[in-house]
Write a protein that binds this ligand. Structure first.
Ligand code: NAD
Length: 255
């Protein structure tokens, strides 16, 4: 089904754990060599484990997606270890819960820098790598249903705004880069059980119950629920699917 992916090289940001690592593993099962970029030092162990498990080459590079120099160095390392990347999955992201009225500017800025500006800078790096290598590309940005709805009861204005920006960035780059053969799409997940959400639900199990009651599908997603969509968006099988942010949320936003 996705045989066209075999032998291609992908950069997956936020790849040390969570959704990024799940997506990298799913791509590796189709023969993609994933490079994992993350601020966490354990990204190297994640890449080694992924390589042992799937038998395809991988590399983990400590990278800060808010730092252009760090991104340039990481892409150079990926190029020399695995080869020129033609796929990018932007999964690095953070959320901060706070009341906007008292939120420090630095906290707002950090969320925008990582979730939105970091996504832009990595898209730019992938597009430049494709241009240098004379090859086509596919980008999947990890947005959120929070780009379209305001989740409750938590207050996360910076996160919601950053993801709305990711959706518009996705459409903008898709239009601009379609003539270059670089397809840009996004996925917009609902609540997923990952380290990001567990930091809240572990401390507050009633929260998970409240969220679940709002999801028509009756449960939060597992990271693996999203992986087939990401693989499809990376593959040429979706070559006419361009500039979309595909909601995958158990019908949360349908009501
Ligand atoms: N978990 C959910 O419910 C959910 C829902 C919708 C969207 N998302 C999005 O999915 C993506 C992955 O989230 P997750 O749930 O796997 O969370 P996670 O916290 O498990 O993973 C996020 C990863 O991003 C990395 N990261 C953070 N700042 C970085 C930086 N400056 N440079 C490089 N890497 C950085 C973290 O170290 C971490 O490994 C995020 O963009 C998140 O907003 C998550």
């Amino acid at each position: 089904m996705f045989e066209d992916l075999a032998g291609r090289i992908a950069v997956v940001t936020g790849g040390a754990r969570g959704l990024g690592l799940t997506f990298a593993r799913a791509l590796a099962r189709w023969g993609v060599q994933p490079a994992l970029l993350d601020v966490l030092p354990e990204v190297a162990d994640s890449a080694r484990a992924l390589q042992d498990e799937t038998g395809v080459g991988s590399v983990g590079v400590v990278t800060d997606v808010t730092d252009e120099r760090s991104i340039t160095d990481a892409f150079a390392q990926v190029g020399s270890v695995l080869g020129a990347p033609s796929i990018l999955v932007n999964a690095a992201g953070i959320t901060v819960w706070e009341d906007s009225i008292d939120a420090p500017r630095a906290s707002w800025q950090r969320v925008i820098d990582i979730n939105l500006t970091g996504t832009f800078l990595c898209c730019q790096a992938l597009a430049r790598a494709c241009r240098s290598a004379g090859q086509r590309g596919a980008i999947v940005n990890v947005s959120s249903m929070s780009a379209r709805v305001v989740n409750v009861p938590q207050h996360q204005a910076s996160y919601n705004t950053s993801k709305a920006g990711v959706d518009m960035l996705t459409r903008s780059l898709a239009v601009e880069w379609a003539p270059l053969g670089i397809r840009v799409n996004a996925i917009a997940p609902g609540y997923v059980l990952s380290d990001m959400t567990r930091q809240f639900t572990d401390a507050n199990p009633e929260l998970a119950q409240r969220w679940t009651e709002m999801i028509p599908a009756g449960r939060m997603a597992e990271p693996s629920d999203l992986e087939a969509l990401v693989v499809l968006l990376c593959s040429d099988r979706s070559s006419y699917l361009v500039g979309q942010s595909v909601v995958i949320d158990g019908a949360y936003t349908a009501i």
